[in-house]
Ligand binder design. Structure first.
Ligand SMILES: [Zn+2]
Length: 204
């Protein structure tokens, strides 16, 4: 297990090879195209941690979820101390049907148990259509694949205005999903959108 410690990009949380000082960002974030403000991940998604994440995703290893949630809270304590809304990245219902649960929702629920000051809204975001699996896609293809696929629940819109959001997901790959979610939430009136994930792919 390779837990993520400083130095890392102050925006997307990508581990950096050299310490460029406080507030340093990675080359990708320097393009200024992110909709999210800050993302933090607990560990690098590698052969060791992959097993753990896949168990959470496809197996019945829910017993690990409280521990993972604790790690996530420790990784981004300051953001979780505010009165943010806790929102899981949604899974399309067709996938929900196959897998029977959403691993991001499981993590978000466990985090909300540890941080009762946060308002947990499991259905804030909805997928409007099923999207192709993103595993083999390039970053541009991921954005194309996700375009317009996530929207804010019409009945939850009133809760967003002026609020800070913490998005929860199991693994961050290119950041495309986080960006699409953040864009929809900002459009609905959120003041700022941050993210917290368990795993982080460092090579895309
Ligand atoms: Zn970055």
């Amino acid at each position: 297990m390779q837990f993520i410690t400083a130095p890392f990009c102050s925006q997307c949380g990508l581990p950096l090879e050299i310490d460029l000082g406080e507030g340093a960002i990675c080359g990708d974030c320097a393009t200024g195209q992110n909709h999210f403000s800050r993302i933090q991940s607990v560990f690098v998604y590698n052969d060791t941690s992959k097993d753990l994440v896949l168990k959470l995703k496809h197996g019945d290893a829910h017993y690990g979820a409280p521990t993972y949630a604790q790690w996530m809270v420790q990784a981004q304590n300051d953001l979780l101390d505010s009165d943010s809304l806790l929102v899981p990245v949604p899974l399309h219902w067709t996938r929900l049907f196959c897998r029977c649960y959403n691993q991001s929702q499981i993590l978000a629920k466990e985090i909300s148990a540890l941080r009762p000051n946060l308002q947990y809204i499991p259905d804030m975001l909805q997928r409007t259509r099923a999207t192709a699996r993103q595993g083999q896609l390039s970053k541009d293809q991921r954005y194309q694949n996700l375009k317009g696929s996530i929207k804010v629940h019409p009945r939850k819109k009133t809760l967003i205005k002026g609020k800070r959001i913490v998005l929860i997901d199991d693994v961050m790959t290119s950041g495309a999903t986080m960006n699409v979610c953040a864009k929809a939430l900002l459009k609905a009136g959120a003041t700022d959108v941050n993210g917290l994930t368990l795993g982080r792919v460092t090579r895309t």
